[in-house]
Design a protein around this ligand. Sequence first.
Ligand SMILES: Nc1ncnc2c1ncn2[C@@H]1O[C@H](COP(=O)(O)OP(=O)(O)OP(=O)(O)O)[C@@H](O)[C@H]1O
Ligand SMILES: [Mg+2]
Length: 410
Amino acid sequence: MWVWLPGRTTPVVAGRVRYQPGGSRYEFGYARSYLERPNSISLYPPELPLRAGWQQPPPNMAIASVLRDAGPDSWGQRVILERIHGAKGAAVDAGDLDQITYFLESGSNRIGGLDFQAGPTEYVSRERSATLDELHAAADALQEGRDLPEDLGAALLRGTSIGGARPKALIDVDGVPHIAKFSSTSDPYPVVNAEALALKFARRVGIDTTQSFLTTSLGRDALVIERFDRSPEGGRRLLVSGLTMLGLDEMEGRYATYPDLLDVLRRDGRDPDVGRRLFERIVFNIAIGNNDDHARNHAAFWDGRMLELTPAYDLCPQIRSGETSAQAMAFDRNGTRESSFAACIRAAPIYGLTATEARDAIDGQIAVIERDWNEVADLARLTVAQRNRLWRRQILNPFASYGYRASHGT
Ligand SMILES: Nc1ncnc2c1ncn2[C@@H]1O[C@H](COP(=O)(O)OP(=O)(O)OP(=O)(O)O)[C@@H](O)[C@H]1O
Ligand SMILES: [Mg+2]
């Protein structure tokens, strides 16, 4: 395992991941050369403190979560399976390949500051560039079960180290690293446009996000988002997911809560506004109907000393069938997940906000969304029919406002 130390633009060997001899889990050991460096940092102290010897994953995990975060998620696993098994990859279970194969087959330009190589002596980046259209065509072919030409499959592999379930690829825009998110053949609504809409609104209501824009590829819209884990000089910032901060395995996501995340960020971070920041993200997710706010859709930078919440990402209105809706993570300490502004007000003190401040935050977001709806829907290239299907369903659903009265009394 190689790491980009804070402020550095080349990676160094940090240690080794291996299958436990005679066991069934993955252990990690820091390299002696790494421990001897004056600038070495723990990858994440609760899981892998900086010390010599093999370290076992926490009892609830098969591999330390901070390492797992760096591996491909369902989209990347699918691409790798297809590369190894051909078009029948879709029929092979993602669990059939072991974690180390996933680490070594996925591209090197992964999210965060870690990478994996077969050996400790020479760093060889697994990268292959391609145009947005080529990557898009490859993603389509894969989803439709068609065979991928060798070179396109290889190019698509480059993006397999980014997590998430949706089709995506890595591209550079004027030399700046970005993520491209494509539509999927199985999308029940214009997901890419809805995400573009959400990202635009997030910026307008004051939530920290990176730049993003819609572009056309193969006659369809693709969303291009600037990466926040790269420095202009070529450095890579280390990240930990919400799951890692909470010490949860991927199967335990239902136990993740916003207040627990806040406790970790307050304990190990220095941002006095982190409570308000999280609160505003919860409110925004409710306002735009994004209940896919699971623990992997939150992350923090880790610099060896402190955690700092990353810009928000993966903000997307989700399909909604009934009237009621629940967030993926509870936002108070009693397990409340109901997508309701009134429930947010009750939870506000946890985030260090008075009821009045919480109300102002909610009213402010609602006002911006109501005011800019048509303009932002235009920017997101939504047709009139598409925006009518989102408005008051995903976006500002009346359910969110039951029992809630804006402070200006309307
Ligand atoms: N702007 C960004 N900069 C750096 N990393 C990012 C950025 N956006 C997303 N990521 C990382 O890439 C991963 C996948 O992105 P994202 O969550 O948007 O994909 P997704 O397929 O929609 O996810 P899901 O499976 O949650 O629907 C994230 O979990 C996060 O680690
Ligand atoms: Mg995601």
